[in-house]
Design a protein. Structure first.
Length: 345
């Protein structure tokens, strides 16, 4: 069928529409290039693109899931075991690993099941209790003899520590603990993805469960100004650098969608409040003052039997090990020294 020719007003409208579309595409391209240049010029990118590499061990959890573990620094010194969060990988701890090793601390870090170089969970079991069993397997395999470690977890990693404490002899394995940006239950009820009051809480819950925690939709494989902006708003505080946000964004988009969703659902359903009192070693809690994902620090601190300190970092979001690595590293080094019966000079 022959299309009618455009004349007069019709042609002018078509030309204006075509010009507008071309202009939007050009503007989008310019924004994308400016976005990538901003990340590339950030001096933090060079540091984050070269994460430390440790001595590799493969550890098997109680259900047979293989976990990728790396050891850094001298093995005959105070040991800190690091457990990363949801959709993160072992290099998430880049700043902290370097800082602790520089202070003479032995660091053990591992990829959570389904993340990074660890295998997917046997039987697709991502219940929070399995993450506690994974921590037990890492402690048993990597903390030698009668030694006991300091355990530190970020987000899901903190949940792993609490889940582990609920079913294991804590003092047999651990001297002290650090919970960073932790949650132990009611994640959907308390998180504040949308800054709205009262009547909109039901909408907030729907967005959190279907659009965020349990969403299996594959994410774009490259950073855009829109995706970067959303991640920055949800997960970071105002002081985070472009390279730090992009560093986490790369981890997020490479996390398998089914793993991301299955763990998200498990976190939305968990209730670890009864396990907190079983964490019977000196414990510090670190939180971000503008953390929109796990605003639970004070409640958790109040329930710990041996709380040493609650630290709430100003202008900091959910990603304290990336946003405030010096504060986190110093706190963990101090905790390791005090747990060993020493004081820092």
């Amino acid at each position: 069928m022959k299309l009618p020719s455009l004349t007069g007003t019709g042609r002018d409208r078509w030309l204006w529409a075509a010009a507008g579309t071309a202009g939007l595409l050009a503007a989008s391209g310019l924004l994308e290039r400016a976005h990538m240049r901003r990340i590339a010029r950030d001096p933090e990118r060079q540091v984050l693109d070269d994460p430390p590499r440790g001595r590799v061990r493969n550890v098997h959890s109680a259900d047979g899931t293989r976990l990728h573990v790396e050891l850094f620094g001298p093995e005959d010194r105070d040991t800190v075991v690091l457990a990363h969060g949801w959709t993160e990988t072992l290099p998430y701890w880049t700043y902290v690993i370097r800082g602790l090793v520089d202070r003479g601390v032995c660091v053990v870090a591992y990829d959570q099941r389904g993340h990074g170089d660890s295998d997917p969970a046997t039987g697709r079991d991502y219940a929070i209790e399995r993450f506690g069993e994974d921590l037990e397997a890492v402690l048993a395999a990597c903390v030698e003899g009668p030694s006991r470690a300091v355990v530190a977890g970020h987000s899901l990693g903190a949940m792993s520590i609490v889940a582990w404490a609920g079913t294991h002899d804590v003092k047999r394995r651990v001297k002290a603990a650090a919970l960073l940006n932790a949650g132990v239950g009611d994640l959907i009820a308390q998180q504040l993805l949308l800054p709205v009051p009262g009547i909109a809480h039901a909408v907030n819950r729907t967005i959190a469960m279907r659009g965020f925690l349990g969403n299996k939709t594959p994410l774009p494989r490259f950073s855009t100004p829109l995706s970067y902006g959303a991640i920055r708003y949800i997960a970071f505080g105002p002081g985070a650098s472009p390279a730090q946000v992009a560093f986490y964004e790369r981890m997020l988009v490479t996390c398998p969608p089914d793993v991301r969703a299955d763990i998200g659902v498990a976190m939305s359903e968990m209730d670890l409040h009864n396990a907190l009192p079983r964490l019977t070693v000196p414990t510090i809690v670190i939180a971000g003052a503008v953390d929109r994902l796990t605003p639970h620090a004070r409640r958790i601190a109040d329930m710990l039997p041996e709380l040493r300190r609650l630290t709430v970092l100003e202008n900091t979001g959910h990603m304290t090990p990336l946003e405030r690595p010096e504060a986190v590293t110093e706190a963990l080094a101090e905790l390791a020294a005090l747990a060993a019966g020493r004081s820092l000079a």
